[in-house]
Each structure stands twice: as C-alpha cells, then as structure tokens.
Design a protein. Sequence first.
Length: 247
Amino acid sequence: MVMAAVKAGAKEAGQALGIIKPDKAKLVVVENMPDTEPYELDFMFNPTEYSLTQPVTVTQNRTPASPGGKMQYGGAGPMTLNLTMFLDDFASMKGDVTPKVTTLLNWTKPTSKSLEPPRQPCAPVVRFVWGGNPQLATFKGFLSNVNVTYLIFRKDGRPVQAKVVITIQGQQERPKPTNPTSHATSNSRRTHTTIAGDTLQSIAFGELGKATYWRAIAELNGIDDPLRLAPGVTLLIPSLADAARGS
C-alpha cells in the first residue's frame, strides 16, 4: 500500500512537471485504405518541429488612385504539412528501418480501388495525429513528398538509421453541421459527386465495398428512382455501420 501511494504521488508530481512519457506521434490512414496493412505508423521519436503552410491567392489591380493597386482576395490554396521522421533501429540485433519506409512509400501509390468503376485514381489519405493542436485535428491529405536519407548501415548494407522528410498536402475539414434535425447529415461521413455512367450500385461498391449497400445511399438522399441518376449530383454517403444496418 505504501509503495502504491509512493508511485501514485510520483506520477502526480511527474504530471505537474510535465515529465510523464509523452504520447507518440503517428500517421494514420483515414480514407482510401491501402491494399495491405499497416494502416498506422508510429513515430519512433516525436518530431522536434513541424510546419503548416497555407497559401492564399491575392491579386492587385493597378489603379492610379491607390498606390500599389487594389487588392482582391482570390481564395486559399491547399494547406501543406511538413515534418521529419527520424528512424533508428541501430540497437537491435537485426536492425532494419526499411519496413517503415516501405509503408510510407506504399501510401503514395494508388490503391486497387482506382481500378473499380468509375476508375478514378486514388491514394491513401493520411492524418498526422499528435497532441491537441486543433489545426491538426481537422487536417488530412495525400503524401505528396517522401524524401528518405539513409544514414547508418549494417555490415550487409541494411539501413538501420534514416531521416524521412514528409510533406502532406490536403485541406482542413469543414466543421460538421450541428443541426440535430438533419438526419441525412448526421448519418453521412463524406460525399460523392456523380459522373456519367455512375449507378447507385457502383457508388456503393466503390465507397462502401458492397454493391448491395445502394439502398442505404438511396434512402439517405431521398432517391425514389435509382435508375435515374444524373451526373454532377452530390450524394451523401452513409457510414459503413449505417449502411450495414440498413441492408
């Protein structure tokens, strides 16, 4: 009992001083799951820094009445997240950092879903998860750059240490509507804009993995005639759990 009290007191003191073991940063695939696991990748060491870049288009129309011209806002471009992942397996008897690097490289490639109708190229969408920064909580995107530098090697040439510079290009998610009366919005996690040749069955198979889930999409969007699906229509896609319950 005394030992337990001492440990509890030490933990509380550590929390007060901020020396408790920190949460590990990780990259998580949140959309377009890759064909093989893993779907998460833990950092071996938390990054010492990361940067967010938000470009904005501003045009300036020259006018004699205003030095420098009149500014006009042209919209915000895609946000980018830049960070460095340090990999070190030097202490292991058979150290090897290539599996983690291979996972990152695989996440830059198109998934098998790209071959399914309507054959739209897609790659895993990832999120950087670490800490309570609200900007990270709403940010996700594609791995637009993976730059690997191998630093230390075993006698057989196998890399045991590497520095990986990662760029994620994407956007911050819009806040979800909070209207409790909106049944469609509360049950939907994403949208799909139809193109020529789309059917509810092909959309259900591409978005939810089963063509038989087309009824859940039809119900969520109030579609009475599933055979009349015009291109350019934005459909709400139900969650996989909701689709399964409704099938």
